[in-house]
Design a protein around this ligand. Structure first.
Ligand SMILES: [Ca+2]
Length: 326
């Protein structure tokens, strides 16, 4: 508001549930550079790789970039005894490409992810924007333990789902984060209105070689540089012409400015291991009485690019300041 001083308390409290993951790490650093966000917690779930690595990677980010937030350990496995379906082939065995993460000394919160999510939701007094950029296991467990969670969350933003898929085992009808735990996703979509950055809108944020080279050229920080290099080089190995910062699109949904635009839909998640459609999100026009799925349709890509450049600048400074201390 014009003429009103913005205090630290007016920032938007956010919690990121994540499975870092190359694009997760970029997304977390993006979130940390958005001035209107107050990053309260990062909760690490199994997904792209095992929680052993996703938690380690989240702690590494906290330590390396001085993130002012807690980090908590999430679920080790999907709900219902399902087999884990990871993406180590895409993200590297430990989730961050070929980068060798050094020993990390900071420790996770004594509470698990689902209790930290609830704790921060209560603390934020209804203002929390919860951003889930991995499989939805932790959110589903939080919901089971704390059924009033949806009333305490201002906005649930996810990266997941879509009108098409990216998991070859599903015949490319399921998106990875939903396919990795369809039961959790079904419960979350039944309980919350969801802002959904599905594959449809994420594909509108595809970066080509020149754009990734532009970002790489700005990195003084060798870790962040290695992530963008991994994104750039991935298509050479996989025969793709572009790559997509999926989870960054998920993050931008929590901003005040309408960087992502939406259509009003509703969705069913097919959670049936016996079905060939297991893990598919079936999107339909909104119907009265259903939870709303704000389905991402467009993204302001120049804005995303500018924000990533700012995130790189902040990461460069954080690492430079860290070197100064050593
Ligand atoms: Ca992710």
């Amino acid at each position: 508001m014009e003429g009103v001083m913005v205090s630290a308390d007016s920032r938007i409290p956010i919690v990121i549930d994540t499975d870092p993951g190359v694009d997760d790490c970029i997304a977390i650093l993006l979130a940390n550079s958005i001035e209107e966000f107050d990053l309260r917690a990062i909760t690490a779930v199994s997904g792209n790789v095992d929680v052993r690595w996703t938690l380690r990677n989240a702690l590494f980010l906290k330590e390396r970039y001085g993130l002012d937030c807690v980090v908590a350990k999430g679920a080790e496995k999907p709900l219902g005894g399902r087999a884990s379906h990871d993406a180590g082939a895409v993200h590297g065995k430990e989730g961050v490409g070929a980068y060798r993460v050094p020993e990390v000394s900071c420790k996770p919160d004594s509470d698990r992810a689902w209790d930290v999510i609830y704790r921060e939701a209560v603390r934020a007094g209804g203002r929390l924007r919860l951003i889930a950029i991995g499989p939805l296991t932790d959110i589903a467990i939080a919901l089971e333990k704390h059924p009033d969670l949806p009333q305490l969350v201002d906005r649930l933003c996810i990266m997941g789902g879509g009108r098409f898929g990216n998991v070859p085992e599903s015949g490319n009808i399921a998106e990875f984060n939903i396919y990795a735990d369809p039961q959790a996703a079904a419960r979350v979509f039944e309980a919350f209105d969801v802002h959904m950055a599905g594959l449809d809108v994420c594909f509108k944020a595809e970066f080509g070689e020149a754009e990734l080279d532009d970002l790489i050229s700005l990195c003084d920080d060798d870790f962040l540089e290695s992530l963008f290099r991994h994104m750039r080089d991935a298509w050479i190995e996989n025969g793709l012409a572009v790559n997509i910062p999926y989870d960054s699109v998920g993050i931008l949904q929590a901003c005040s400015d309408p960087i992502v635009s939406y259509r009003k839909s509703c969705a069913d998640v097919i959670a049936d291991e016996a079905s060939p459609e297991d893990g598919r999100t079936v999107l339909m026009p909104y119907r009265e009485g259903r939870n709303v799925v704000f389905e991402g349709t467009e993204i302001d890509k120049p804005r995303l690019m500018a924000m990533l450049k700012k995130a790189i600048s902040k990461a460069n400074k954080a690492v430079e300041a860290g070197r100064g201390v050593l």
